[in-house]
Write a protein that binds this ligand. Structure first.
Ligand code: NAP
Length: 475
């Protein structure tokens, strides 16, 4: 079902989307598929709701976010099962994602109350200068399948807190998780039209969002390719844009690091969600005198990771999302081995009892070089190529990517070296001895072609606010 103007409705066309479990390749559900007409209805509902929503005291807007958070917390087990069934991640990872999604709601429920304006000392005795913070307006949001709950609340929470009504198009692979998030808002009694959900045709639903002058902002999380298109499409009506796009994270290990901790960190960063996260490690650079030890320890641990349906106990690696994703992993590995990389573990389809899904063995490659496709293109799969380096200057030069700048990681115990990396890495997020830096109270986002704008932290709500300058002459 679509959620428009506070009601669950069918799509105008009556068309439906099939939802497929990537662990079994079975159709598990069908949901209404929106087109440009449904998108327009949702935008009209949001536009209608704007004035009343922005006029509510921040404390009242915050109370809806808190209610929705409490409702999601109550349904965490069933929602986690839905996430696992429609996109494959292990159920414990799904619970972790939902907790993060709740954190965004709770954080922005508080931030709603801290939208402070400014007063500015004037140059004339009779003038009083001030800056008012006002909501941008109706926001069109487009989200991906790899975090089908948290990517929604990371947009919805700051937008609603700031006073902006939202129309969301979730990924077509994961509408069921999105519907459950909206059920929580419905139960919270959110006023009609303030949040609308339109799963459906990307080109039709999002096309209407970018064309429609009532939409003042487009916020997108997904691939760089689609992000660029949405920036172009938003130009005709000069919308504000926020883009959370692709990444190609380096993971640098110096010889003074705790190698066991670095190995654990590499597993957490690389193999979470079967390597399908935007801040996943893509390239592991290890200082040459410890590269062999690191590769041996990493491959030993990786070959013990349990592969299977994410609903099963102990599974660490679920299926890839679809055939295209699976084939990309195969292509990257075969290009790397053709160019001389050695497979330390994995490197083939995973045989999983009684499951027919897109399973691939988590793979560690040794002897990777900068010319390989995997060194520049986002794999979005469970493949860890290891490169070796000699100096910190060389490491940073090779780690900086010509196109991407989302997340980078570095393991070292040397404070000066840590500072050097922190300052020289051209990325929006740097984890030092920390493979999982994401948290609701800190800004998340990339530089270069990894994005525009930040989500999370106090910066996240600013993205939904305009500065209105008022000059008052009291003379
Ligand atoms: P995607 O193909 O770009 O899809 C993302 C969203 O855009 C989906 O809702 C999709 O709809 C929609 N979309 C696709 N083509 C469109 C078009 N032509 N016009 C308008 N909308 C369109 O990305 P994905 O495969 O879902 O996600 C993986 C990518 O997202 C990776 O590159 C990853 O790095 C990036 N990502 C970035 C972040 C971040 O915070 N920086 C977080 C997560 C993921 P359909 O599903 O209907 O096609």
């Amino acid at each position: 079902m679509l959620y428009i103007n506070g009601e669950w409705v069918q799509s105008v066309s009556g068309e439906e989307l099939e939802v497929i479990n990537p662990a079994t390749k079975e159709v598990i559900s069908k949901v209404a598929k929106a087109n440009e007409k449904d998108s327009k209805l949702a935008i009209e509902a949001a536009d209608h709701a704007f004035k009343a929503w922005k006029s509510l005291p921040a404390k009242e807007r915050a109370s809806y976010l808190k209610e929705a958070a409490a409702s999601l917390r109550k349904s965490i087990d069933s929602l986690a099962e839905t996430v696992t069934k429609e996109m494959g991640k292990p159920v414990n990872e799904a619970k972790g994602e939902i907790n993060l999604a709740i954190d965004y709601l709770e954080w922005y429920a508080e931030e709603a109350k801290r939208v402070y304006g400014e007063t500015i000392p004037a140059s004339h005795k009779d003038k009083r200068l001030m800056v008012l913070k006002e909501p941008v307006g109706v926001t069109g949001a487009v989200t991906p399948w790899n975090f089908p709950v948290a990517m929604i609340t990371r947009k919805l929470a700051p937008a609603l807190a700031a006073g902006c009504p939202v129309v969301i198009k979730p990924a077509s692979a994961t509408p069921l998780s999105a519907i459950k998030v909206f059920e929580a808002f419905h139960q919270a009694g959110l006023p009609k039209g303030v949040a609308n959900l339109v799963p459906g045709s990307a080109s039709k639903v999002v096309g209407e969002m970018t064309r429609n002058p009532a939409v003042k902002k487009i916020t997108f999380t997904g691939s760089t390719e689609v992000g660029k298109k949405l920036i172009r499409d938003s130009a005709d009506t000069v919308k504000k844009v926020a883009m959370e796009l692709g990444g190609h994270a380096p993971f640098i290990v110096f010889d003074d690091a705790d190698i066991d901790k670095a190995v654990e960190g590499a597993i957490a960063s690389k193999f979470r969600n079967a390597g399908q996260t935007c801040i996943c490690t893509n390239r592991i650079y290890v200082q040459e005198n410890v590269a062999e030890e690191f590769g041996k320890k990493l491959s030993e641990k990786v070959s013990q990771l349990k592969i299977g349906n994410g609903l099963e106990e102990g599974v660490a690696i679920g299926p890839l999302i679809d055939k295209e994703a699976y084939e990309k992993v195969e292509e990257h590995i075969s290009d790397a081995t053709d160019r001389g990389a050695k497979v330390l573990c994995g490197g083939r389809q995973a045989a999983v009892d009684s499951q027919d899904g897109w399973f691939y063995e988590p793979t560690v490659l040794h002897g990777a070089t900068d010319e390989m496709v995997i060194s520049t293109e986002e794999t979005f799969g469970p493949v860890a190529p290891i490169y070796s380096f000699s100096t910190k200057e060389e490491a940073v030069k090779r780690a900086n990517h010509h196109q991407y700048g989302l997340a980078a990681y570095c393991f070292t115990k040397d404070l000066n070296q840590a500072y050097f990396m922190m300052e020289e890495l051209e990325y929006g997020i740097v984890g030092i001895n920390d493979p999982i830096p994401t948290t609701a109270q800190a800004p998340f986002g990339g530089v270069k072609e990894s994005g525009i704008g930040r989500e999370g932290g106090h910066q996240g709500i600013d993205e939904y606010l305009e500065d209105k300058f008022v000059s008052l002459n009291i003379g």
